[in-house]
Write a protein that binds this ligand. Structure first.
Ligand SMILES: Cc1cc2nc3c(=O)[nH]c(=O)nc-3n(C[C@H](O)[C@H](O)[C@H](O)COP(=O)(O)O)c2cc1C
Length: 197
């Protein structure tokens, strides 16, 4: 069946319901950001698009720092709350039982509950319309060691990451492939049944 046309809109899905921390250890704030992504590998660069009306906006603009904390299924109630309530009205960390720790390269706080946190330093602010885009260098990636296997490989499947799609939250489920698997040659088995090294 032929698709029907809707007017242009922000319907990219899934996107991460990231919990972005900003401010300082003494005066922290956290807001939920779905308009984020990676825009360069070397050097590693990201962006967040933030409405200037957000309480967090001047905190990020003035400090030039923020932290993108990946959100898991167990954090999703807090992520939603931090996306509908403002730090102007209440302490969202206290309200949601969120803990923070110091970053390695920025003074913005890092969310302890998050399996992976990206410490970011702003390089450019681009006004786009409803949102301003903060372009940033990723200056450190903080990883919770409980998600590392014996070889030091990050096993994000253990962390039950959350996704946001068209207004709804989902928990990432079954693994259905890995990078390049579609062209990877299968290893042949020896007659004895053992894999060749
Ligand atoms: C799932 C979700 C995604 C959101 N994504 C964004 C976003 O990308 N940019 C933005 O400015 N606000 C976004 N918001 C709204 C802010 O998180 C919300 O206005 C928040 O209360 C701002 O907090 P603050 O006033 O303490 O800074 C999102 C909210 C939710 C629930």
């Amino acid at each position: 069946m032929k698709k029907i046309q809707w007017k242009g809109g922000a319907l990219l899905a899934p996107v991460p319901p990231a919990m972005v921390t900003c401010g300082s250890m003494e005066q922290p704030n956290v807001l939920t950001i779905a308009w984020t992504g990676i825009i360069n590998t070397i050097p590693p660069k990201t962006y967040i698009s933030v409405r200037p009306s957000r309480f967090s906006y001047p905190m990020i603009k003035e400090s030039g720092e923020f932290v993108i904390n990946l959100t898991t299924a167990s954090m999703i109630r807090a992520a939603d709350f931090c996306g509908v309530r403002s730090g102007r009205e209440l302490d969202k960390f206290e309200a949601c039982g969120l803990e923070i720790e110091e970053g390695f390269t920025v003074s913005a706080p890092v969310l302890s509950q998050s399996p992976v946190s990206l410490e970011c330093r702003v390089t450019e602010i681009i006004p786009l319309g409803s949102h301003d885009m903060f372009l940033a260098d990723i200056t450190a990636v903080d990883v919770d060691p409980q998600y590392l296997d014996e070889q030091g490989k990050l096993c994000l499947s253990r962390s039950h990451l959350a996704a946001f799609a068209h207004g709804e939250y989902f928990e990432l489920g079954k693994k259905i492939g890995s990078f390049g698997f579609s062209v990877r040659k299968k290893r042949k088995k020896h007659p004895g049944g053992k894999k060749r090294k």
